[in-house]
Design a protein around this ligand. Structure first.
Ligand code: SAH
Length: 459
């Protein structure tokens, strides 16, 4: 495509049928195989589209006349849906979203992973009964307007902060406390950080809510380590919200759009809040990774456990284990679980969580999975079942090579990125595994994100 002239021209109008969605939720249509990305269009819709910009391998367009609408098109309930960009699929019915996500997983496995889809079952996406108010964590940038604090989100493609009072995918408790903190801090003269001048103090507010325990944590991300009117502010927060168990300050002195800095200190209460998934309790600290949709996390982990088919005799390795969430689920049914994770604080949390739940058959080691697991293998530690849950970039090649040498009978692959999942499944298939089934789980309703758990067995 690179050397030939684009078959479309700016300002021309084309009659198209949409086939797919981009990661930003724009519709994708093709003119002589050349993709045009068009906001607010859904698969199977037909429209007259005006080309607004032509790039090297693709173009952007806008709808002139949407003359055939999808039966799954619906009115987005959120009043700030378009400005925010945090959700991409609110204008598609929830059933339409679940069907689209399944189809997308199938396409990616076939196209990128070159898997023979006759041999692989991709199940219907497991969705939520009520796909709203699911997020247990709110993390908002803070700005100022007419002397008062505002917080919400950056308007799409800008760094202008839009004030948000309610987010429909957020737990109502989180929205309520963020609103109150804005108000309390404004009254106490707290100034917002400004990215432009690198002055001011409060950069972000983060709150986390343990949906089962009812415990809340508040994190202030600030430019400097001081805290004016600290006692008064804390006292007002804790009086208004008795569910707050922990108030933490994270200091980020740098001129950066990375949210957190290196130093974290507890201002009031505990270092952790607690929450449970199923029968397992977790202590969660300010900087630990914890899944944001607890209801669907249970669905995902239950599926991973089902695929692991444990009888109590197995040795299991959990790679990329975070605070030991999946490891401890598995430890209830396995003889022994080894977890590995690169963030030292997460491994400390994992060890604490094992003790908290009286699970003494789980062992954790800090380091890159691609180094720690080959070392274990050299020491004679061999998994019957191996679970991986890597970040978006997928598994390290070295880890995949070790899996092919170690030859666990089952590999359970938990993935938040279908593209890298497909790439890694292809490597494992070439090394003697068969992908048996893939279960998409909707962890992030109304967004383009989709989580999957795949089962592979050694042929
Ligand atoms: N299984 C956990 C965490 C999954 S997120 C859960 O469900 O909660 C992926 C994790 O991989 C993160 O905690 C990240 O810190 C960790 N990670 C990233 N690169 C890694 C590597 N090379 N080796 C081990 N862990 C890594």
């Amino acid at each position: 495509m690179t050397n030939r002239q684009a078959p479309v021209q700016k300002n021309d109008i084309y009659d198209v049928t949409f086939e797919d969605l981009t990661h930003e939720g724009s519709g994708v249509a093709k003119v002589e195989g050349f993709p045009i990305f068009v906001p607010n269009a859904l698969p199977d819709e037909k429209a007259k589209v005006k080309v607004v910009k032509v790039k090297k391998g693709f173009a952007f367009g806008k709808i002139e006349d949407l003359y055939l609408k999808s039966p799954e098109r619906t009115a987005a309930p959120c009043p700030i849906y378009k400005e925010c960009g945090g959700c991409q699929l609110q204008h598609l019915s929830y059933k339409g979203q679940l069907d689209f996500k399944r189809k997308q997983v199938e396409n990616v496995l076939a196209r990128i992973g070159k898997l023979n889809m006759d041999d692989v079952t991709v199940h219907p996406t497991l969705g939520m009964d009520n796909p709203w108010n699911y997020r247990n964590k709110s993390q908002v940038p803070v700005g100022e307007r007419e002397g008062g604090l505002i917080a919400g989100f950056y308007q799409q493609r800008t760094h202008e902060i839009i004030n948000m009072e309610r987010c429909l995918i957020q737990q109502a408790e989180n929205d309520a406390i963020v609103q109150a903190i804005k108000d309390i801090c404004s009254r106490h003269g707290i100034r917002a950080y400004s990215e432009e001048t690198h002055k001011g103090w409060l950069r972000h507010i983060m709150v986390r809510y343990g949906v089962v325990s009812g415990e809340m944590m508040v994190v202030f991300v600030t430019r400097t380590p001081d805290f004016a009117n600290k006692e008064a502010i804390i006292s007002e927060i804790t009086t208004q919200f008795p569910s707050v168990k922990s108030i933490v300050q994270n200091i980020n002195t740098k001129r950066t759009n990375v949210i957190f800095g290196d130093e974290t200190k507890v201002l009031w209460g505990e270092e952790y809040i607690y929450d449970s998934i199923g029968d397992i309790q977790f202590a969660i600290s300010a900087r630990s990774f914890y899944q944001v949709n607890p209801e669907q996390t249970k669905v995902l982990y239950d599926k991973a456990l089902e695929y692991a088919q444990l009888t109590g005799e197995e040795t299991v390795i959990d790679a990329y284990c975070g605070i030991g969430t999946i490891s401890l689920f598995l430890a209830q049914k396995a003889k022994k679980v080894y977890g590995v994770e690169i963030v030292p604080e997460a491994i400390e949390d994992a060890k604490r969580n094992a003790a908290l739940n009286g699970l003494d058959n789980a062992e954790f080691e800090v380091g890159p999975a691609e180094e720690v697991i080959p070392n274990w293998y050299k020491q004679g530690i061999k998994a019957d079942t191996l679970v991986v849950d890597p970040p978006r970039k997928g598994c390290d090649e070295g880890l995949l090579r070790t899996i092919l040498e170690m030859k666990p009978k089952r590999v359970v692959y938990v993935s938040c990125n279908p593209g890298t999942l497909a790439r890694d499944l292809q490597v494992l298939e070439q090394g003697g595994y068969q992908t048996v089934e893939v279960q998409p789980v909707d962890m992030f309703p109304h967004t383009m994100h989709i989580e999957n758990v795949a089962l592979l067995t050694l042929i």
